[in-house]
Design a protein around this ligand. Structure first.
Ligand code: GLN
Ligand code: ZN
Length: 764
């Protein structure tokens, strides 16, 4: 019999119960016991719904109050010294590691967070050193296994594998130079052994051990580690399902099939091309193959016919008992259920499948492959065939005008009329900016008042006119503020934006929005990505009204503000029927029209933000070039339709440029602003060494903290900056938008920024 499995389920609750409970606990409104109870409720709902959907292998142990990697660190005693001995309960140590703690005389910063592979989920980075003293403080997978068992539900506990755990971590501050976390493997394995032995004694049949690191290039160097780890663990563990996801195994496959594991899971959503190779490699072994056919990363219904074909191929080669139909990865990256969506049309709803619906999909596909004669299965297959046909029909009715426009893109459309040096001279005549020009990244504080007006407008409690008058007032006061403080290149302040992607998605054709499609980004922060469902186009100007109004109330130059095509794509659920590249080019053309319209409206500069350009980099190096080619071209397409006089800006929230300098240069933005307030001058040295030729605004202070940078501190920074890069190329700005800040610190910080820039003008 072919069986079905889900690798992990969203742990936020259908109604965001976990966010509410966790935040209530932080605010001191509920006790630790009440928090545990709320969590137990969500776990119970998850397990019982998966069981009701007919899933054979139901996950346990992957639930989390904040982050599953952090859970693992806490259980294995990988707790940095700064959190110990502060008199905190284990639960509060856990949350202190996650988000820092500043209360009752305790003052510790949060741990670093990093993106979980190429998803928009962030994990808390474990810190290791030679001193790390691994201990099994508690066995979370076992506890959750028992918790489910008490409800009469048999589960498959999930454990993050030892190689991935070490690989994802970093050397702590007290580690010796050159220390590599992976060197701790021999010390770590006994703790895994203890954990797995306990699972086995409790009667666990299968354990899911996640080793996503196996889809990375670096795993080619880990053959020895994998061989010794699994050689050690297999004899004491329940049957191990070694789980890989988010990409292909590639050459790592040759050693993976030699590991003494009972099962292997591969992602056939992200890497369908590896099927034949994987089937051939496991065939001579006794390994059970888990086929990740139902996407854990998108929101689209699975095409059962296509999945059945793939499944049948595996069944023919291996026999039904050696095949499992699974989600490609944990469903953590998808919203909980479509049932909560009341505003999508029936047609739209029929296209999608969220976590709960995907769980039913694995079960139906597995049953069909097992030859089930069940009427429900036949019905589900027929219903799926009808839905997929309708969706295909919708897809084929593409917007011809846009498709033609994309096909007609010519190479000259990517290029500005003249090279940067010429543009710089032209721009000097059009925008009178002093040396060390000061500007901001776009947003000003999103006050309670702004949010409440937006909420009232959405609910229909105030009219469009009332709302727009309010926004205009906000814009005017932001302009007056900037004039008063003495900034040189102004912005309108973005009071009209709910979110930098949603705002554009709502105005573009081709997007739909959910009411409750929340996905965990980190901890209690969830996002609701828009969904691209068809060809994207602009039905009219999206921001011109606001930027033009801002320009009309001041003589100083105004900078328009847009979110870039790559960032809009990366922070949405893309459609699955056409390449991401095409979707991005469509977005780029829409933005290109907007940039041209902004210039026509008398705006002097336009910033096209691309904070997500880097995070879209494919996991494998071999795939970088093709991504960077279309990503860079899309940005250029959106910004190159204007005259030399228009100054284009772009903003990146990060400073990690080392391996992508050529692409940043190729963007050919007149000015880029980057995060540099935390890093030392090495970053600018790197720009210099690379020979970066356009203007740069390295953030002179960190906006992510309410701390006000002193005037002298900013001067020192400018001094250092001017020591590295030609001052004719430097802009002076904070390192990101100010929307999450209060006005008080914004005013104080920007006043210091302006006075430091004035000082620099006199001294350089
Ligand atoms: N223009 C945006 C802002 O200032 C940029 C946000 C971002 O970089 N994430 O808010
Ligand atoms: Zn930013």
């Amino acid at each position: 019999m072919v069986s079905s499995s889900v690798l992990g389920f969203p742990r936020i609750g259908a109604d965001r119960e976990v966010k509410k409970a966790v935040e209530a606990y932080w605010a001191g409104k509920i006790s630790a016991d009440q928090l545990t109870e709320a969590a137990a409720g969500v776990k119970k709902t998850n397990w019982t719904s998966l069981k009701a959907k007919g899933v054979d292998y139901i996950p346990s142990g992957e639930f989390s109050l904040y982050d599953h990697v952090l859970d693992h660190s806490a259980a294995f005693n990988v707790i940095p010294k700064r959190y110990i001995g502060q008199g905190l309960s284990p639960l509060d140590v856990y949350f202190a590691m996650a988000r820092g703690r500043q209360a009752d005389g305790v003052d510790v910063p949060a741990s670093e967070m990093k993106k979980w592979f190429d998803s928009n989920y962030h994990f808390v980075v474990p810190e290791f050193s030679e001193e790390t003293d691994f201990k099994l403080l508690f066995n979370k997978p076992l506890e959750e296994y028992k918790e489910a068992q008490a409800l009469g539900i048999e589960t498959r506990p999930v454990v993050l594998g030892p190689v991935s755990f070490l690989h994802l971590g970093k050397a702590s501050k007290d580690a010796k130079p050159g220390f590599q976390p992976i060197s701790l493997l021999p010390k770590l394995l006994p703790v895994y052994k203890a954990l797995l032995t306990d699972l086995k004694s409790a009667g666990v049949e299968w354990v899911q051990v996640d080793e996503p690191v196996l889809v990375l290039d670096q795993a080619a160097n880990y053959e020895k580690e994998f061989t010794s780890a699994y050689g050690d663990l297999s004899p004491v563990a329940p049957k191990i399902l070694l789980t890989t996801y988010f990409g292909r195994l590639d050459t790592n496959l040759s050693y993976v099939v030699k590991l003494p594991v009972a099962g292997l899971h591969v992602d056939l959503d992200r890497a369908p091309g590896q099927l034949d190779e994987v089937v051939a490699a496991v065939k001579p072994t006794s390994i059970i193959l888990s086929l990740g056919l139902v996407s854990g990363r998108n929101v689209w219904k699975t095409d059962f016919q296509a999945a059945l074909k793939v499944g049948q191929k595996a069944v023919d080669a291996l026999g039904a008992d050696r095949v499992v139909i699974a989600t490609s990865s944990s469903l953590l990256h998808t919203p909980v259920t479509l049932q909560s969506e009341k505003k999508l049309t029936a047609e739209q709803k029929d296209w999608f499948s969220f976590a709960l619906e995907k769980s039913a999909e694995v079960s139906v596909i597995a049953k069909a492959l097992s030859g089930s004669q069940d009427a429900d299965v036949a019905q589900a297959i027929e219903a799926n065939r009808a839905s997929i046909a309708k969706r295909r029909d919708f897809e084929s009715s593409s917007d011809d005008a846009i498709r033609k426009r994309v096909a007609a893109i010519t190479p000259d459309m990517y290029e500005r009329k003249s090279p940067f040096a010429v543009r710089q001279e032209t721009q000097k005549k059009h925008i009178s900016l002093p040396k060390f020009p000061t500007t901001t990244i776009g947003s000003f504080p999103q006050t309670k008042e702004i949010r409440s007006h937006r909420a009232k407008f959405t609910k229909g409690e105030i009219t469009q006119e009332q709302y727009e008058d309010f926004i205009k007032k906000e814009i005017e006061s932001a302009v007056r503020f900037q004039e008063r403080i003495g900034l040189d290149l102004l912005v309108h302040g973005e009071p009209e934006r709910n979110d930098m992607v949603q705002y554009f998605g709502e105005q573009l054709n081709g997007f739909v929005f959910t009411q409750n499609g929340w996905v965990q980004s980190y901890g209690s922060r969830y996002v609701r990505p828009p969904i691209i469902v068809s060809d994207v186009s602009r039905s009219g100007p999206m921001t011109v009204k606001w930027s033009a109004y801002a320009q009309s109330v001041t003589k100083l130059p105004m900078k328009g503000m847009l979110t870039g095509p790559v960032t809009i794509l990366n922070w949405s659920f893309p459609r699955a029927d056409v390449p991401r590249e095409l979707q991005t080019r469509q977005l780029a053309l829409a933005l290109r029209d907007e940039v041209v319209d902004l210039e026509k409206a008398g705006i002097h500069a336009v910033q096209v933000d691309e904070p997500a350009l880097r995070e879209g980099l494919p996991l494998r190096r071999a795939d970088w070039d093709s991504y960077l080619t279309w990503a860079v071209e899309s940005f250029k397409l959106s910004t190159a339709g204007v005259s030399d006089a228009l100054q284009t800006h772009s903003h990146f929230c990060y400073s990690d440029f080392n391996d992508i300098f050529p692409s940043i240069q190729r963007l050919d933005a007149d000015v880029i602003s980057i995060e540099a307030s935390k890093s030392d001058m090495k970053l600018l040295e790197a720009f210099k060494q690379y020979g970066y030729s356009n203007s740069i605004g390295p953030g002179v202070y960190d906006v992510h903290s309410p701390r006000v940078p002193g005037d002298q501190e900013i001067r020192d920074r400018l001094k250092a900056m001017a020591g590295v890069l030609p001052d004719s190329l430097l802009f002076v700005n904070p390192d990101c938008g100010l929307k999450t800040r209060g006005w008080k610190e914004t005013e104080a910080s920007l006043a210091n920024l302006v006075s430091a820039a004035r000082w620099a003008r006199e001294n350089y």
